[in-house]
Design a protein around this ligand. Structure first.
Ligand code: NAD
Length: 403
């Protein structure tokens, strides 16, 4: 495979959408995701149409969208070219759009100066990040897009958490031996099921809304008091504790030991009366807080279900095992992984739109790639560039604490 090194002076004339001379369209490449169970794709035909109309050259790896039900012919109709191999896809590609972080093998195929945009999961992807640094690849990590109003359309954490929260509620209902709504029938009256949602961020709020639509009585708890208003606006009951643990940037801070005891008692009582518990509590960059102990599970109703969205970061329930469904004390405890991939059609659509918005930050009004990444959203999300790891904590880990 040829992996051309694009010299700085050549980069200057690479542009999309311009009517001027010497136009070399920017080639955007979208690989087929390789991670096990990953059915999403980083772009969809609707977005490809917009990109090709703007002058980009979009290349899709053969069958990249098939898992999300976007077959190659839809991409071709939207103006994309299909690459039959990874090397054909990447040959001359300037921008690579992905869902999962690139692996070392992927990075080895990127030419110097390639811009990769996607989730980078830096803490678990250090080797590939070091390789991107050494190969002078530029990587933007969507998890670092700041949660400011202007960046909402690029907020892939939120769009994918929305998908995750929806699937969690459906999964809870599917594993519950009860109806969720109240029913009045000739065969008697059925009481509605009770759903408890712990952690009312983006995923939690979507789980609440979905459980409400299914007719359940919904209760929710979050350490951030501000979440109470949002929970109540969805018609659910907010469990109040006399503390406010809102930290910087709208995220939660860690609770003190005393606060943890109070929280535990209130949460345990609510867990014991619920038919379905959906847990989404997270503190960025840390292990998920433990909210449901083994003892609390033992107090739950037989047939109750726990769907632990924090399974991948340690779990909110002591009995959760990531990627597995456990049965203990008559309770089903589900530790799902990659829930957005269970609704790949819409998760991909939302993700693709997030990327489309993000791409607009990388081009100027003439459609040429910006020469410096000065926009605050780019500054916050740039992980690797020009042979340097730009994200401080990741750089520190990679250098083993050495300056
Ligand atoms: P997250 O995934 O980091 O955490 C999920 C929820 O768990 C959060 O609401 C958090 O407060 C809660 N939590 C943490 N510890 C807990 C505990 N011990 N018990 C109960 N709950 C606990 O959060 P997220 O969904 O990414 O959202 C975080 C915040 O950012 C929210 O306030 C959200 O509304 C806000 N947000 C803002 C924007 C924006 O303005 N552009 C976009 C998205 C999210």
């Amino acid at each position: 495979m040829s992996t051309p090194v694009i010299a700085e002076e050549v980069r200057g004339i690479i542009q999309a959408g311009s009517k001027g001379p010497m136009v070399m369209p920017i080639v955007i490449a979208v690989p087929k995701e390789q991670a096990p169970g990953e059915l999403r794709v980083a772009t969809v035909p609707e977005v490809v149409r917009k990109l090709t109309n703007s002058g980009y050259d979009v290349r899709i790896e053969h069958n990249a969208g098939v898992g999300a039900y976007y077959p190659d012919d839809l991409f071709i109709a939207a103006g994309a070219k299909i690459a039959s191999s990874r090397s054909e896809l990447l040959d001359g590609a300037r921008i690579v759009l992905c869902v999962q972080p690139p692996t070392v093998a992927d990075v080895n195929q990127f030419a110097e100066g390639t811009i990769v945009i996607g989730f980078m999961n830096p803490a678990n992807n250090l080797e590939a990040i070091a390789r991107m640094r050494d190969r002078k690849v530029t990587a933007f990590a969507l998890e670092f897009v700041p949660r400011i109003t202007r960046a909402q359309s690029m907020d892939a954490l939120s769009s994918q958490a929305t998908a995750g929260g929806y699937v969690a509620a459906i999964m809870g209902a599917d594993n519950c031996p009860k109806f969720l709504p109240m029913l009045t029938t000739a065969a008697g009256t059925i009481r509605p099921a009770t759903v408890l949602v712990l952690g009312a961020g983006v995923a939690g709020l979507m789980a609440i809304a979905t459980a409400k639509r299914l007719g359940a009585i919904v209760e929710a708890y979050d350490v951030r008091r501000a979440a109470g208003e949002q929970v109540r606006s969805l018609g659910a009951r907010f469990l109040e504790l006399e503390i406010n643990a809102e930290g910087q940037g709208g995220y939660a801070r860690e609770l003190t030991p005393d606060e943890k005891v109070q929280e535990q008692q209130m949460v345990s009582a609510a867990v014991a009366r619920a038919d379905i518990v959906i847990t989404t509590a997270a503190i960025p960059g840390r292990k998920a807080p433990l909210l449901i102990t083994r003892e609390t599970v033992a107090t739950m109703r037989p047939g109750a279900v726990i769907v632990d969205l924090a399974a991948e970061s340690g779990g909110n329930c002591e009995l959760t095992q990531a990627g597995r469904t456990m049965r203990e004390y008559g309770v089903t405890i589900i530790g799902p992984q990659n829930l957005p991939a269970r609704v790949p059609f819409h998760s991909s659509q939302m993700y693709a739109k997030n990327l489309q918005s993000f791409l607009m930050l990388l081009v100027d009004k003439d459609g040429a790639l910006v020469s410096e990444f000065t926009d605050e959203i780019l500054v916050a999300s740039i992980l690797v560039h020009g042979g340097t790891v730009r994200h401080g904590p990741t750089r520190d880990v990679l250098s083993g604490g050495k300056p």
